[in-house]
Every structure is written in C-alpha cells, then in structure tokens.
Design a protein. Structure first.
Lengths: 248, 234
C-alpha cells in the first residue's frame, strides 16, 4: 500500500458573516485507497488533536447518491473525474506531493455557512413552487393504470436521477441553476402524471430560479460535464420548449 | 400567467430572444457577405448591387430599422447576462478548471461578451466608414448611383483599416463558433445527436463566414480590385 503526502489548501470561514480565507495543511500517510472524504476525516482527526477547528463539509451517504458532498476540488465541482461525486473519488487519483485546492461551491444563491458547507435551500425553494405532482392522498393508485411508453419512462428517469447536489451551479461560469431546474421540469413534464400541471410548473420554477439570484444559462455545457449523474443539457432545451409552449 | 413582457424578460425568454435575434443576424451577415463578394464581379457589380438596394427606398429603411432593433436586443441581453453573472458569483474561485467531456467551454464560448462588445463597437465604426462615408457618384444605366466600390478600395489601402477589419472578423468567427450552436439550444433544440451535428455545422459556418469577410480587406490591401476602381491605388 503506497502512502502519499498531500498538500491541502482549504477555504476556511467561521460563519456566514466571516470574510474567510485559505489555510494550508500538509497531510502525510494518505493511503491511495482512501476516499476523498476519508482523507478529510483523517485531516480533521489531526486538526482536533492539534486543538484546531475541524474543516466542516457536507456529507451523508458517501456512496454517490445523496448529493450532499458537493465541493470544488482544484477548480472542478466534485473533483477531476466525470460521473463521480466527490465522496466516490479516491486518493489514488492523486500523486505524492500534490497540492489540492478545496473550495465551497461559489454562488450568491449558495451562501457559505461554514468552511465548505453552503446553504443550498434555494434549490429546495425551486422544487417547492412546482417540482412535484399534485395527487389526492390515500392509497397508492394501481401502478399499471396509467400506461407510460418505455422510451418516455427511460428519458424521464434519466432526468429524475438528479440528486440536487448543485454541482451544475458551482461549475457554471454564470452560476446558473438551469440544469437542475431543467432536469426537474423535463422529468415531470414528460410523464402523464406531471403533464396536467406542466405550464404552471415550468413558469413557476423558471421564475423562482431568477428570484433566487442564479445567473442566466449561456449554454457552456460545463454543468453536464460535472454532473455526477450525467444529466444532459437537453433538459435545459426541454425546459425552454415547455416554457415557450406555456406562455405562447 | 406572465405577461408577454415578463415572459420575454424571464431567464428563458432572454435566451430565446438572444437565440432568435442571433440566427437573424447570422442570416443578415450571410446576405451581407453575398454583397461584399460583388467586389470580385464585373467592374460595376458592387455599385450596381448598391443601386438595387437603394432603389427599395422606404423598404430599405424599414429593413435597416428592423436590423437595428434586432441588433440592439441581441447586444442588450448579452451585456445584461454578463452583468448578472457578476452578481450571481460575487466571490470568484481561486482555481477554476473545465472538466472537458461534454463541456462546451472554449476560448469561443468564454469570450462571447468580449467578442460581442468588440463587434458592437466595430459596427458603429463600420456604419460610419461605409454607410455614412463620403462617396462619389457613378452613372449606371442612366441612374446616378453611389460609388461605394471606390470608397471600399480606398479605405482598405490603409493598413490599419485592412488588418483591423480582418482581425475583428476573426473575433466574429470566434463569436459564431459558440453562438450558432447555442442559438438553437436556446430555442429548444434537444437531443445529443442533433446537438453534435449542429455544433459541427456552427463551427464550419463560423470559419467560412470569418474567412469570407476577412479575405476581402486583405485582398484589396495587396492590390486586388484596384484596376476597376475610379481612384488610384498607391
């Protein structure tokens, strides 16, 4: 098992009002088998022993499905590997002596709460205005009652895999949330259950996206490149089509 | 339901307008290049073309105003997107890198605002030089026509004009390299295959248009078209 020494340059910020700044740390005995977050755990153990506040970062599942751990590693959301959340990134990606710069996702709509943790509730509020299907409560309806073509179901599922990590916002040069919103709109509008509310949903979610202070989409496509689940920017085009149909 | 103005100024509306006006402007410059290529035609081809346009009278003015409106909308939204981008990310990244793959980040896409503003300034100078420039008159089929050809040839004897124009046309190519594809995505074109085909077509269109436009000032500077002009070339 080969071990490495890694130089870390990490954004430290005590609170939402703090100015914040970079701190550098050297971490030795980093195993190539560690996940990126395990490497940060080891750093935090070391910091706690030295009576330094540990680096705060978001995580939950550590298996690439919850979307909590979005951070920007050497300028790339979720690190250098495609279709990989940062929790699934392994230290074998790096070499002995490498310097890794870790920053929180930067966007006015994502205020930094502490260190690498940002408030992503702006995305929740976009969901709240239309990212759902209104149904009567009660027993679940018979699943085979509404036929859905396989192709439609597959496409809708591709869009539904969005885990809401916000990497698209972090990577977009304009800080646009178009891929996130597009994925939700394209997912729900394409299914018969979501179809009746498509107009109201699309208008409300597009409107909320702007209210939250996200930037405009310039079709850079960087969002698709960093998305850990590979949502296509076709979702953004679908959202635009839905919006045009809703307002015209 | 949003009003038409609210819809047009929404984040989707702005993109749709940018895309639609962009496609219109590309169609216009294709038309414009067609006119420019008259320099290679018969001696009076360019002036004859100018005369045909002027004979449209009020229709020409309607077209000019329409073009101006389209151009202003396109530039205005582009500039506003750039300003919004700055407020949407007040704190920049220490390090930023593109992940490649499906990303369309390139010198072309990252410099849209810069190339766009240069083109905006260029158009003002361009109209001042040619549309409002001092021209003599020539007689074509008994009609008095402006001698635009001599003005063009005279202007491009100046190396600053000739190479300056050529350089700006390189920036036009860079703008279209991302712009043509982006316009269609903004209008709702989806699907990986269609997108990939369009990206290639957009790139080819950008190169062809840029070369088409920049070839003319360089050609004239190095003595092309002089024999047919009424003015003397040094």
């Amino acid at each position: 098992m080969s071990e490495m020494t890694i130089n870390l340059k990490i954004w430290r910020q005590k609170s939402i009002d703090d100015q914040g700044g970079f701190q550098t740390y050297q971490l030795s005995e980093v195993s190539e088998h560690m996940s990126f977050l395990e490497m940060l755990d080891v750093l935090n153990e070391k910091l706690i022993k030295e009576d330094i506040d540990p680096v705060e970062f978001d995580y939950d599942c550590r298996e690439g499905i919850c979307g909590s751990c979005n951070m920007v590693v050497n300028g790339s959301a979720h690190g250098p590997k495609r279709l990989t959340a940062v929790c699934q990134l392994h230290m074998r990606t790096y070499n002995d002596g490498d310097t890794i710069v870790i920053e929180p996702p930067r966007a006015a709509a994502f205020p930094v709460i502490r260190d690498l943790v940002v408030d992503r509730s702006a995305l929740d509020r976009i969901i709240e205005v239309g990212g759902y299907v209104s149904v009567k409560t009660g027993a679940a309806p018979e699943a085979n009652l509404i036929p859905v073509e396989q192709e439609v179901s597959n496409t809708a599922f591709d869009y539904a895999t969005c885990i809401g990590c916000g990497a698209c916002v972090a990577a977009c040069p304009n800080s646009s949330a178009a891929l996130f919103t597009g994925a939700k709109v394209a997912h729900l509008n394409s299914l018969p259950q979501g179809y009746p509310e498509r107009k109201r949903r699309t208008i409300a979610m597009v409107d909320q996206m702007a209210k939250e202070g996200f930037g405009d989409c310039s079709n850079y496509g960087e969002c698709e490149a960093v998305c850990p689940v590979g949502i296509s920017i076709s979702s953004i085009a679908e959202m635009r089509k839905s919006y045009l149909k809703a307002v015209l | 339901m949003p009003t038409l103005l609210q819809a047009a100024t929404s984040q989707v509306g702005r993109k749709v307008l940018t895309g639609a006006t962009g496609i219109f402007l590309v169609l216009f410059i294709i038309f414009h290049l067609g006119g420019n290529l008259a320099i290679f035609g018969e001696a009076d081809a360019m002036n004859r073309y100018s005369l045909i346009l002027h004979n449209f009278g009020p229709l020409l003015w309607i077209a000019r105003i329409g073009l101006l409106v389209v151009f202003v909308i396109h530039a205005w939204i582009g500039i506003s997107i750039w300003f919004r981008k700055r407020t949407a990310r007040p704190q920049k990244y220490e390090v930023y890198s593109s992940k490649g793959g499906p990303s369309k980040q390139s010198l072309s896409s990252r410099s849209m605002a810069f190339t766009g503003v240069v083109l905006l300034i260029f158009v003002v100078f361009h109209i001042n030089t040619f549309a409002l420039g001092d021209t003599g008159t020539v007689m074509i089929d008994g009609q008095e026509a402006t001698d635009i050809k001599s003005l063009v040839i005279e202007t491009f004897q100046n190396p600053f004009y000739a190479f300056g124009y050529a350089f700006v046309m390189l920036l036009l190519g860079a703008h279209l390299g991302h712009g043509v594809w982006s316009a269609f995505i903004s209008l709702g074109l989806s699907g990986k295959k269609a997108s990939a085909i369009l990206y290639t077509i957009g790139g080819i269109a950008a190169v062809v248009l840029a070369i088409g436009f920049l070839f003319i000032p360089i050609y004239i500077f190095f003595g092309g078209g002089c024999e047919a002009a009424l003015i003397s070339c040094e």
